[in-house]
Design a protein around this ligand. Structure first.
Ligand code: TTP
Ligand code: MG
Ligand code: MG
Length: 349
């Protein structure tokens, strides 16, 4: 049996801001730009959540729900620094660390010898060390697999520590909403509801064959999950470094306006694909161009904000240097190293 800890910092960006400005502590606080009408909140503190304010909510909506919310501009550098300290603490316990975002990771402590290999004591100690070194609280879930450890870390936020042992796990999960499962997004959940499936227990009543009819490839996983079974490893490597989309044209294109239209297209597709990675920090954006003679060039810039204009700009800069027939165009973004933060990509617009 493995020993997995899932750690997630509490209202991370907002907690860092509170730490550095204690006058915020008794007020509802949202993190995000106050200026742009289209802005959304990265997160908010727990006082703001009492008003129904949530991550990714448009700022104007948050202000409707909570007119006295204090908006604070994000300071990503600070979040990254805090995150680096936290991840360095993790390394004192194990190498098997899977960073999910700046504030969240899975640790496999099956082979950790500290505290006589008690995962609960290890988690407690990690929380203590995090607080000592950053003055920030985290919540931890301790269990025998990733699925349950993650749900457990969310169970008693903030500053919680929840252990779920194998013999407790069925009681723990049976009435949970299927939404708690990574991979059951809003769409899948709607489909489940239409089938009369809302909780783990509802799904447990179905046979494998029935599940296969409803969920295809996802059936086996789901069948296991609702029984508290999850074989996924804590993967310390192989985090995706970039996402991009490409078009190879059936005929080389030399007309600038046509190429710009293809960039529109690529941008839309990229934006769509990035929805899956909304927990990753975008560090840069790039374009790839392959010319008719098969020579390839990549143009790249640091991330400021995600917009079509930046891709136009990259392209035109290059086009002014070399305007020749093109056989392939690509557009992409580069992510940080996995121990990263989330950014507003404007994907909700
Ligand atoms: P989360 O861990 O999802 O949220 P949180 O730490 O703010 O609150 P909780 O106590 O419930 O864990 O995300 C971590 C940080 O990532 C969050 O502080 C801000 C950022 N973030 C975004 O920028 N956009 C988002 O949509 C989400 C969900 C998070
Ligand atoms: Mg968090
Ligand atoms: Mg998180």
């Amino acid at each position: 049996m493995r020993k997995i800890i899932h750690i997630d910092m509490d209202y991370f960006f907002a907690q860092v801001e509170e730490r550095d400005n204690p006058s915020l502590k008794d007020k509802p606080v949202g993190i995000g730009s106050d200026k742009s009408r289209r802005g959304v909140l990265s997160t908010c503190n727990y006082i703001a959540r009492e008003y129904g304010v949530r991550s990714a909510m448009p700022t104007f909506k948050a202000k409707e729900l909570c007119p006295h919310i204090v908006m604070v501009k994000p300071h990503f550098q600070k979040y990254r620094e805090a995150s680096d300290i936290v991840f360095n603490i993790f390394r004192e316990y194990t190498d098997k660390i899977q960073g999910i975002s700046l504030d969240e990771a899975y640790l496999d402590v099956t082979d950790c010898e500290k505290f006589s290999n008690s995962a609960t004591l290890i988690a407690q100690d990690i929380k203590k060390r995090i607080y000592q070194e950053t003055k920030l609280t985290a919540s931890a879930g301790v269990s025998y697999n990733k699925l349950i450890a993650k749900i457990a870390s969310d169970y008693n936020k903030p500053n919680g520590l929840t252990l779920v042992t194998p013999d407790q796990s069925m009681d723990f999960i049976q009435d949970l909403s299927l939404k708690e499962i990574n991979g059951v997004g809003a769409k899948t959940f709607e489909r489940c509801k239409k089938l009369g499936l809302e909780t783990f227990n509802d799904v447990r009543k179905l046979s494998k064959v029935e599940l296969e009819n409803y969920f295809g490839n996802f059936a086996e996983t789901l069948y296991n999950y609702v029984r508290g079974i999850d074989h996924r490893e804590v993967k310390s490597h192989g985090i995706r470094k970039s996402v991009s989309c490409e078009r190879t044209f059936s005929e080389d294109i030399e007309d600038k306006d046509t190429l710009l239209l293809y960039i529109d297209d690529l941008y839309d597709e990229l934006k769509h694909r990035l929805r899956k990675y909304d927990d990753r920090e975008v560090r840069g954006y790039f374009m790839k161009i392959k010319y008719a003679d098969f020579s390839v060039t990549t143009i790249e810039k640091k991330f400021s904000d995600f917009s079509l204009d930046h891709y136009y700009e990259l392209f035109i800069t290059r086009w002014n240097e070399r305007s020749e027939a093109i056989r392939l165009l690509g557009a992409g973004v580069r992510f940080g190293d996995g121990e990263t933060q989330q950014l507003d990509l404007g994907l909700s617009s």
